[in-house]
Design a protein around this ligand. Structure first.
Ligand code: HEM
Length: 450
C-alpha cells in the first residue's frame, strides 16, 4: 500500500489545512508520525477564516473524547469547516442537526431517529435495489455507447439522490434536477469540480455530442418560487431549499403518505413545527450529508477494490463478505477527513490545554489508522473484524444516515458485481481538491456486462 501513503513525506510536517497536502491522497505517513508523537497537535493557519489555527485531533481515543462531549465541544459554534464555507451555505448550515447543540439538537433528532433505525431502513431495501439495478443498466448502456463510463458522477453519484428522493417521496421526474444541484454542492475548495464531475470527462470523451455544461440547467417538474428571470444566479443551496420548500407547500395540501416528508411536516420538534423553509433547510442537509459521502464511499470503494484484485475476486465468490468490505472501505477511505467543534470552556485534552473558543478538527483519517485500535492499520482487509472505525462519527451527532449508507453500500456492490463480470480502470482517477472531502471527482472505468 505504498502508493496509498500519498505524499509519503516520512513524517515531515505537512500543513493539514492546505488542500494541496491531499493532492496525491491523504498524507497518511505524516498523520501517523504526528499521531505517534502526540494525539493532538496545533495546526497554525496564517490567514483567512480559520486563522490563527486549530487543534488537529488525531488519536482514536482523543477523537472519541471530543465527539462524546457535546456540552464542552460545540457543533453550533462552528469551526474550521463552517467558517470556510461561502456565506450562503453557512446560513443554511445553521439550521441543521449537524450544527446544533444539546438540548435543541435532541429535540430535533429524536422525532427523526426512528425513521433511520436499522429496522426502518431495512424496509427500503427493495426500493434501493430497484434504483441500483436501473443505474447499472444505464451504466451498461453508457458503456456500450461510449466505451468508458465516468464512475463517480454517472454511476456512484446516481444512487444517493435517488434514495433521498424515495425517502422524501419526491416525484421521480425531479431526481435528475436534484442530482444536478447536489453535484454543484460537492466541489469543496475545488474550483474545477463542476467541469469534471458533471460535465463530459476524459472517460467519455468518445461521445461525439457537445460537452455537457458544467452547471446543469436543472428543471424541476413544477416551478419553484424563485424568479425564473432573476438577474442574479441563485446559489445551489438556496435553489435546492426553495425547491424543497415549494414541494413541502404542495404536500401540505395532499393526504399523508408513508414517507419522511409527511413525518417532517407533521412532526413536533420540542414544541415547534417545521415551516416550509425549515423543511427546505432540512432537505438540503440530507442531500449535503448523504450525497457526496455516499458517492465517495461507492467510488473510493471501487477504486480500493481495483487496487486489491484478490479481495475483489473474493467478493465475487462470496457476496456474504460485502458488508464487511463496506466497513473496511469506510475505515480505509473515509469520505470525510474530519468534523469540527469549538471548545466552550477551558479544558484539558490529551495533556494539552485547550482554551474556550479554540477550534478542533477530529481527523477520522488519522483515528481510523490508530495502531492501538486496529491491527496492521494501513492494510486494506475486507475481512477485518472488529472494525470500529469512526467514519460515521460517534456520540450525539453519530451519522443519522449510517444504516442507510450501509444498505446502499451493500446493495450497490452486490448489484455492481452481478451486472458486470469485469471492471477495469480506463484512465487515471482524479481527486477533489479539498482538505475535507477525501473524494474522487473522476474515476473512468470500462465495464464488461455479465
Ligand atoms: C452526520 C458521515 C451518509 C445524514 C454525520 C457525521 C458523519 C457522517 C461523520 C457526524 C458529524 C459530526 O459529528 O458533526 C457520513 C458518511 C456517509 C454518510 C461517511 C456515507 C458513507 C449519510 C446519509 C444520510 C446522512 C446517506 C441521510 C440520508 C446525516 C445527518 C447527520 C449526519 C442528518 C447529522 C446528525 C446529527 O448531527 O445529529 N454523517 N454520513 N449521512 N449524517 Fe451522515
Amino acid at each position: 500500500t505504498t502508493a496509498e501513503l500519498g505524499t509519503a513525506t516520512t513524517g515531515d510536517a505537512v500543513d493539514l489545512y492546505d488542500p494541496d497536502s491531499y493532492a496525491a491522497g491523504p498524507p497518511h505517513a505524516t498523520f501517523a508520525a504526528l499521531r505517534r508523537a502526540a494525539p493532538i497537535h496545533w495546526q497554525p493557519v496564517a490567514a483567512g477564516p480559520a486563522a490563527p489555527g486549530y487543534w488537529a485531533v488525531l488519536g482514536y481515543a482523543a477523537v472519541e473524547a471530543v465527539l462524546c462531549a457535546p456540552e464542552l465541544f460545540s457543533s453550533e459554534r462552528g469551526g474550521v469547516v463552517i467558517d470556510d464555507l461561502p456565506a450562503d451555505r453557512l446560513a443554511q448550515m445553521r439550521n441543521m442537526l449537524l450544527a446544533m447543540d444539546p438540548p435543541r439538537h435532541r429535540d430535533y433528532r429524536r422525532p427523526l431517529a426512528h425513521r433511520f433505525t436499522h429496522r426502518a431502513i431495512a424496509l427500503l431495501e427493495d426500493r434501493v435495489r430497484a434504483a441500483t439495478r436501473a443505474i447499472m443498466s444505464e451504466a451498461a448502456e453508457r458503456g456500450a455507447a461510449a466505451g468508458t463510463v465516468e464512475f463517480v458522477g454517472k454511476v456512484a453519484g446516481q444512487l444517493p439522490t435517488r434514495v433521498v428522493g424515495e425517502l422524501m417521496g419526491l416525484p421521480p421526474a425531479d431526481w435528475d434536477y436534484v442530482h444536478g444541484l447536489a453535484q454543484l454542492l460537492n466541489r469543496g475548495q475545488d474550483d474545477d469540480y463542476g467541469a469534471t464531475a458533471t460535465g463530459a470527462t476524459a472517460g467519455e470523451s468518445a461521445a461525439p455530442a457537445a460537452p455537457e455544461p458544467a452547471a446543469p440547467a436543472p428543471t424541476p417538474s413544477e416551478p419553484t418560487p424563485s424568479e425564473p428571470t432573476a438577474p442574479e444566479p441563485v446559489p445551489p443551496t438556496v435553489e435546492m431549499a426553495l425547491y424543497a420548500a415549494a414541494f413541502a407547500a404542495r404536500r401540505r395540501g395532499e393526504p399523508p403518505r408513508e414517507d419522511l416528508t409527511t413525518l417532517l411536516l407533521a412532526g413536533d420538534f420540542g414544541g415547534r413545527t417545521m415551516s416550509d423553509l425549515d423543511y427546505g433547510s432540512f432537505f438540503v442537509q440530507l442531500v449535503t450529508a448523504g450525497n457526496d459521502t455516499t458517492q465517495t464511499m461507492l467510488s473510493a470503494g471501487l477504486s480500493a477494490l481495483l487496487d486489491h484484485p484478490d479481495q475483489l475476486a473474493a467478493l465475487r465468490t462470496d457476496p456474504a463478505l460485502i458488508p464487511g468490505a463496506v466497513e473496511e472501505i469506510l475505515r480505509w477511505a473515509n469520505p470525510l477527513h474530519y468534523f469540527r467543534r469549538t471548545a466552550l470552556a477551558d479544558t484539558e485534552l490529551a495533556g494539552r490545554q485547550i482554551r474556550a473558543g479554540d477550534r478542533l478538527a477530529t481527523y477520522f483519517t488519522a483515528a481510523n489508522r490508530d495502531e492501538s485500535v486496529f491491527d496492521d492499520p494501513d492494510s486494506f482487509d475486507i475481512r477485518r473484524s472488529p472494525n470500529r472505525h469512526l467514519s460515521f462519527g460517534k456520540g450525539e451527532h453519530f451519522c443519522l444516515g449510517a444504516h442507510l449508507a450501509r444498505l446502499e453500500g451493500r446493495v450497490f456492490f452486490e448489484e455492481l458485481l452481478t451486472a458486470f463480470r469485469d471492471i477495469e480502470r480506463a484512465g487515471a482517477a482524479v481527486r477533489v481538491r479539498s482538505n475535507l472531502n477525501n473524494a474522487f471527482k473522476s474515476l473512468p472505468v470500462r465495464l464488461t456486462p455479465a
